[in-house]
Design a protein around this ligand. Structure first.
Ligand code: URA
Ligand code: SF4
Length: 204
């Protein structure tokens, strides 16, 4: 496991990074995924949202948050009056990790070593965009920035300090809404998610 450093070009632009990530051999996740899924959004974005890793649909289409979790995120952004095209959306890890179950590819959580290996890409994106507010979507993103002891349940929606932005905030991953089976609980989870995004807007 060598890490992505060697593949990240110096003083890059977003298009240069997006091109360069295709060649990355920073960890073994590239071996089974269809393609690297880089972040999406304008260089001028003030809000920078970080998910975990591309899912099945993202892996096939090449863009972040275009599957079921992305649809929840889209709805929630709209409910919080955030224009998706104005924010930068990316993931901690750029290649899809999965378990092959015949017809289906089941999402697998990335390891800490894989998250660390992919870190240089995320850091490069942050350095180009220089966001005001970073929103961590779920524990993987939050722990990548704040350490493995960080608990989203304890700190969600609260203003946090991080060197990469003026402010940061952690909330749940939109897939957690999908996983909540009970209808009422799911609605409550979704509303809190929207509230957290509204709190992020206030930090801009
Ligand atoms: N889940 C993520 O964390 N990121 C995506 O891009 C899609 C689903
Ligand atoms: Fe490189 Fe990240 Fe893909 Fe690993 S997951 S090969 S570090 S882009």
């Amino acid at each position: 496991m060598s890490g992505a450093e060697a593949w990240v070009p110096p003083n890059p632009t977003l298009p240069v990074l997006r091109e360069a990530v295709r060649l990355c051999e920073g960890c073994d996740l590239r071996l089974h995924a269809t393609q690297a899924v880089f972040g999406q959004g304008p260089r001028t974005a003030r809000m920078f949202l970080i998910g975990e890793q591309p899912g099945n649909e993202e892996d096939l289409k090449g863009f972040p948050f275009v599957g079921p979790a992305g649809r929840i995120l889209d709805q929630a952004l709209e409910a919080a009056s955030i224009d998706r095209t104005s924010v930068y959306l990316t993931n901690v890890v750029k290649h899809f990790k999965f378990e092959d179950r015949g017809k289906r590819r089941l999402h697998k959580r990335p390891l800490v070593t894989e998250i660390r290996a992919c870190g240089p890409w995320l850091e490069a994106e942050v350095q180009v965009v220089k966001p005001r507010v970073i929103v961590c979507l779920g524990a993987t993103a939050a722990q990548a920035l704040f350490g493995s002891a960080f608990r989203v349940t304890e700190k969600r929606g609260m203003p946090l300090e991080h060197k990469w932005a003026w402010h940061a905030l952690a909330t749940i991953h939109p897939s957690a809404v999908l996983r909540t089976r009970d209808k009422q609980a799911r609605h409550a989870e979704y509303s809190r998610f929207v509230d957290d995004l509204k709190s992020a807007v206030k930090l801009l």
